[in-house]
Design a protein around this ligand. Structure first.
Ligand code: AHR
Length: 500
């Protein structure tokens, strides 16, 4: 049995936990929209064709904000295709995901779905194959109450009230060679600044996100952020981060330490943003919108996807990850990294939500069910309230091929009034860890809830045949004795504790 000791100083909170940290991402990709959230004819479909079983799971997951409609898809998307009478909407090629887009679901339908799940809309603009004018058109259509051609068109299309979208992404992954309309950092920085300025002439209070690098492994990472922000710093509120992790070559030890990489990534982007702030003598600090993050087995995406010239299927299955317990543990730890940086990471979107790289599976004509990654997300969204607290961990460490020496135990905490939430990961593949925390000064004395995701087989997963094979189970080994919390974490596990 390994041992670790936690120390929390409640007088030094990291910052308030934004509810937008529990956002998700829905893209017109694979069976995310068609056959995912939308399946007219499904036994649970409502009058608009949205699956009620999926709505229930998204609600249970505690998703607060949804980024839409892409992703790479948005860089080839004309927003006008998705509004107006459905039978007149054009059918197009989805070049990003080599499929056919019917435009049956567009802005109106998606906003209506969001009302059903109780989440906020975060819209991404096409700055790949389009520009400032089209962005302004969409803003006018979505947000102007009435009295202009586009606002009145929205009203004729059935929506009297404006959509009042507050958060806008100025393009998607504009540094990526795979992106339609990929741009240099100089070109993109100028375009983002121009577009942001123009949008603010309509509404100065919009919250605007400039594209950061597509990932920390991009060859221009760091320099991209510096150049883009040199042009756009004054005009935007957020810089985006995207990160996907996978277990490579059976190296579970490195994979379980993915949050170490996310911590470094966030801190590097903040350092770059703060460098630009200093150079400009600005008093404003940028926040991070971590608007794509997840475990994604990108190495399994067919390399020839883009070469299947004659094959443009409707909603083909893409990246319907089986998600193991280890994947769920990593998703839990990535959420802990976001919480640790709650002062500067104020918006995030797990990518994606249904079927595609998703915590929710929706079978055609069949049931919807939870994958392993669903559980840490739903529980963190439910319990992480108030302020994030700084947690010091004294305990064992181990070596990883990818990140050097990392702690065996990872921890994050939040506190709201008399409720403390503690999130813990044991990265050891062989040993249990007994974790202790002196509760003096924290104002809590009882364990109300203790839930753990683990399994003797870290590669166990839920499946169509056994959709409840893995999940959260009560952890009976969490007690408070004489003011000290003592909890035992099984190997490869994620645990949430609610103390009052
Ligand atoms: O989420 C899937 C894809 O990953 C998105 O379309 C893109 O932005 C990223 O590369």
């Amino acid at each position: 049995m390994l041992r670790a000791r936690l120390t929390i100083d409640p007088a030094r909170p990291v910052g308030p936990v934004s509810r937008r940290l529990f956002g998700a991402f829905v893209e017109h990709m694979g069976r995310g929209v068609y056959g995912g959230i939308h399946e007219p004819g499904h036994p649970t479909a409502d009058e608009e064709g949205f699956r009620r079983d999926v709505i229930d799971l998204v609600t249970e997951m505690g998703v607060t904000t949804v980024r839409y409609p892409g992703g790479n898809f948005v860089s080839g998307f004309r927003w006008e295709d998705g509004v107006g009478p459905r039978d007149q909407r054009p059918v197009r090629l989805n070049l990003a995901w080599h499929s056919t887009e019917t435009n049956e679901v567009g802005l109106h339908e998606f906003a209506s779905w969001l009302e059903k799940v109780g989440a906020e809309l975060m819209l991404a603009l096409n700055l790949g194959t389009r520009g400032t004018l089209e962005a302004l058109d969409l803003l006018e259509y979505a947000n102007v109450p009435s009295g202009t051609t586009l606002a009145d068109q929205r009203i004729r299309n059935g929506r009297q009230r404006p959509f009042d979208v507050r958060m806008w992404c100025l393009g998607n992954e504009m540094d990526g060679p795979w992106q339609l309309g990929q741009r240099s950092a100089e070109d993109y920085g100028k375009l983002a600044a121009r577009t942001a300025k123009a949008m603010r002439q309509l509404d100065p209070d919009l919250e605007l996100v400039a594209c950061g690098s597509s990932g920390a492994a991009m060859p221009t990472f760091g320099e991209w952020e510096r150049t883009v922000l040199t042009h756009a710093y004054d005009d935007v509120d957020y810089i985006s981060c995207h990160a996907y992790y996978e277990e490579k070559d059976g190296d579970l030890g490195s994979f379980l330490a993915s949050a170490t990489d996310m911590d470094r990534f966030i801190e590097s982007v903040l350092a770059t943003a703060d460098h630009v702030k200093a150079v400009r003598g600005s008093s404003k600090s940028l926040a991070i919108s971590f608007d794509e993050w997840n475990v994604w087995y990108l190495s399994r995406v067919p390399a020839d996807l883009a070469k299947r010239i004659d094959d443009w299927p409707l909603a083909p299955p893409i990246s319907e990850e089986p998600y193991t317990v280890a994947d769920g543990v990593v998703v839990g730890s990535l959420l802990m990294s976001l919480l640790r940086h709650a002062d500067r990471v104020t918006s995030a979107s797990i990518a994606q939500l249904v079927n595609v790289i998703a915590p929710i599976a929706a079978e055609p004509q069949g049931p919807a069910w939870r994958k392993s990654t669903f559980f840490p997300f739903a529980t963190t969204s439910r319990l992480a309230r108030g302020d994030a607290l700084d947690v010091r961990v004294d305990g064992p460490a181990y070596d990883t091929a990818a990140y050097g020496e990392v702690p065996v135990v990872d921890a994050a905490a939040t506190r709201e009034g008399g409720a403390l939430a503690l999130f813990l990961v044991n990265r050891s593949q062989a040993d249990e860890v007994e974790v202790r925390l002196d509760l003096a000064g924290l104002g809590v004395s009882t364990v109300e809830e203790a839930l753990t995701l683990s399994d003797p087989d870290p590669h166990a997963a839920n499946t169509t045949d056994r959709p409840e094979r893995v999940g959260l189970r009560p952890n009976p080994r969490a007690t408070v004795v004489e003011g000290t919390l003592c909890v035992t974490l099984p190997p490869v596990s994620w645990t949430a504790l609610a103390l009052h």
